[in-house]
Design a protein around this ligand. Structure first.
Ligand code: NAD
Ligand code: MG
Length: 352
């Protein structure tokens, strides 16, 4: 088992290892004296792993309840959140009990937000079941649901008690979801790890998924540890996201998050190369790596539409957009770009 300590205001451990699901009872009991554990899971994931988790939790001496939500980003909303809170109150769940997210980022964000707000806050544990959730969304304490006006507009910071990553759970993940997670892994490599980048270029990169996941979680730890509340250095983790979120939104979410981030990274690197900020070799290597993982690097969404979407992003500050721009493999910088120059960046990135 691998362990990454997250030095947040409330520190916790991310545990990574094959077969951890079956040890969940003991591992969670070590960080919680809750009487009841409520498993929150999606309609696809619960039938796959719910009973194994329940057997394990039983060994930890928890009284168990479960609540299953419909799958999909469109259900990460106030309605689902309200139903979950009502379920908790109807079942007399108290602040001393525990929520357990078993699922991808949708389940994790929803469970975390419910845990943060139910009776002014209770503990929760993350058991991520997608690659994206293992390397990204389960770590760092960002919780949220979407509003009709946009993604993650209602949310707060609330760190989990622990995170259990069992790569065996990825065996049932649909290919497209797996690739979506790979885009975030490539993001970490491009951002600050030439060695992870080189590893991903090899055929044997995923022989040991625990090691890849640990590497990504350790990178996220370094940013979250310095900037838990996302007011400074944590923004580097948005590499590919300024343009990527716009691609995702403009596609009407037909493009998965990872696919959109892939396009976003390719665009910002292309524009940076055109402006002499990113080396041509780094651009070529990034595009080749994204293509190796069958991730898209271009979009046919019109420039005007992308521009509007980037400008409506909640991360916009005054009349500037802060873009995370690659310089070479493993090194990026943040450049404040006046909104009137944004169009030029998008055009150089390949938008027409
Ligand atoms: P997801 O939770 O929707 O899961 C993707 C799909 O895979 C779903 O249909 C799910 O039912 C299915 N699935 C999950 N695990 C499975 C498994 N092991 N086997 C078979 N099917 C499985 O999507 P995601 O990509 O995990 O997460 C995306 C969400 O994460 C977005 O809402 C995004 O906003 C959020 N997010 C949050 C953070 C954060 O810091 N909190 C960071 C990144 C993303
Ligand atoms: Mg992302």
């Amino acid at each position: 088992m691998r362990t990454v300590e997250i030095p947040a205001s409330r520190p916790y451990r991310v545990l990574i290892g094959r077969g951890l699901l079956s040890q969940a009872g003991e591992l969670i009991r070590a960080v919680s004296d809750a009487g009841t554990a409520v498993i929150v899971s999606g309609e696809h994931v619960y039938p796959l792993y719910g009973s194994e988790l329940e057997r394990a939790l039983d060994r930890g001496g928890f009284r168990l309840l479960h609540w299953v939500h419909p799958s999909g980003e469109k259900h990460k909303n106030l309605e689902t959140y309200g139903k979950l809170l009502n379920y908790l109150s109807e079942n007399r769940i108290g602040r001393g009990d525990l929520l357990l997210s078993l699922g991808g980022g949708v389940t994790g964000d929803l469970t975390g937000f419910a845990a943060a707000t139910y009776q002014r806050g209770m503990d929760y544990v993350q058991i991520p079941t997608t690659l994206l959730a293992m390397v990204d969304s389960s770590v760092g304490g960002k919780t949220a649901v979407n509003l009709p006006a946009g993604k993650n507009l209602a949310g707060c910071f609330h760190q989990p008690k622990t995170v259990l990553c069992d790569p065996n759970l990825l065996s049932t993940l649909p290919e497209r979801e797996y690739r979506s997670g790979c885009a975030e892994v490539i993001k970490y490599a491009m951002l600050c790890s030439p060695s992870l980048f080189r590893q991903l270029q090899t055929a044997s990169a995923w022989e040991n998924p625990e090691q890849v996941i640990e590497c990504c979680v350790a990178i996220k730890r370094d940013y979250v540890g310095q900037d838990e509340f996302d007011v400074g250095i944590r923004r580097y983790l948005n590499l590919g996201h300024s343009f990527g979120h716009a691609v995702e939104a403009c596609s009407g979410y037909a493009c998965s998050h990872g696919e959109a981030i892939s396009v976003g990274m390719a665009m910002i690197a292309r524009a940076a190369a055109e402006k002499g900020i990113c080396t041509p070799d780094a651009l070529d290597a990034l595009l080749a790596l994204l293509e190796k993982y069958k991730l898209p690097t271009e979009t046919d969404i019109p420039l005007d539409q992308l521009q509007r979407a980037v400008l409506s992003d909640k991360k916009r500050k005054d009349e500037q957009i802060h873009l995370v721009v690659p310089e070479t493999i493993g090194r990026c910088r943040i450049i404040p770009v006046p909104v009137e120059e944004l169009r030029d960046w998008l055009r150089l990135g390949g938008a027409r």
